[in-house]
Design a protein around this ligand. Structure first.
Ligand code: AP5
Length: 236
């Protein structure tokens, strides 16, 4: 076990690249990756009542009710592997209530990473969020969702255009997530605002990352912030 393991949260709009970055972060920093979406998909696969309820919301791209999500995440964070090696919480919190609920249970991140996918191009392609002054390019996120593929053997995330499979053998076995539809990809932008606002309620520092660059460049930004965090700790 590590002396003082890192505790990191990563949030962003659907398909902003959270899962992709989590793969790279866990590979380098050895944290336990806990994805709210993966926990929910496992609950669905188990056939439980909570899973059945969750599926109804996920198919529509809506948030699953807090009474299901909060306890599920809390219980996973309490397992020994997360406590001993540190954790990387992905896709949680997605609302102020979720942020404060976890804080009340004593879980506070060292760093809150917010992945932003926003560009300034032709007005027709953009959704302007008055509330947050955010400019989010919906087309990029829709393209990412529709092109996403998963390798059921390794769990690795691919994209048909941006991150194609290395071999024909892998290509042949790739699957698509049941909720990866264009309908879902037209996500609720309000969710991104809520996430941005909730980061301050989690405690710890917030680090805004430009997610609209190649995945290696996104990781370079995150890696820099995590390295600095660890260096700052040594100085204390
Ligand atoms: P969840 O599983 O968390 O899905 P999501 O938020 O929709 O996020 P994704 O997993 O779709 O995307 P990602 O950001 O991980 O992107 P990825 O790396 O795969 O949640 C699913 C559902 O569960 C929610 O809709 C909700 O119903 C429910 N839920 C989850 N958490 C909840 C909570 N806390 N409360 C209530 N309900 C909750 O990348 C996407 C694609 O883009 C990939 O193909 C990838 O290869 C590609 N890509 C990644 N980075 C780049 C890049 N830099 N450039 C080009 N392509 C890239």
């Amino acid at each position: 076990a590590k002396a003082d393991p890192l505790k990191i949260m990563i949030s962003g709009a659907p398909a902003s690249g959270k899962g992709t970055q989590c793969e790279l972060i866990t590979k380098k920093y050895g944290l336990v990756h806990i994805a709210a979406g993966d926990l929910l998909r496992a609950e669905i696969a188990s056939g439980s009542e909570n899973g059945k309820r969750a599926k109804e919301y996920m198919e529509k791209g809506q948030l699953v009710p807090n009474e299901i999500v909060v306890m599920m995440v809390k219980e996973r964070l309490l397992l020994p592997d997360s406590q001993e090696n540190g954790w990387l919480l992905d896709g949680y919190p997605r609302s102020l209530l979720q942020a404060t609920a976890l804080k009340e249970f004593g879980f506070q991140p060292d760093l809150f990473i917010l992945l932003e996918v926003r560009v300034l191009v032709a007005a027709g392609m953009l959704c302007y969020l008055v509330a947050s002054h955010y400019l989010v390019n919906e087309e990029i996120l829709v393209e990412r969702v529709v092109g996403r593929r998963l390798d059921p053997v390794t769990g690795k995330i691919y994209h048909l255009k941006y991150s194609p499979p290395e071999t024909e053998e892998i290509a042949a076995r790739l699957t698509q997530r049941f909720d990866d539809t264009e309908e879902k990809a037209c996500f609720e932008l309000i969710c991104e605002v809520a996430v941005a606002n909730s980061s301050s309620k989690c405690g710890g520092r917030t680090f805004n990352v430009n997610g609209n660059v190649p995945k290696e460049d996104v990781f370079a930004q995150i890696d820099g912030a995590l390295t600095k965090l660890l260096e700052d700790r040594k100085l204390i």
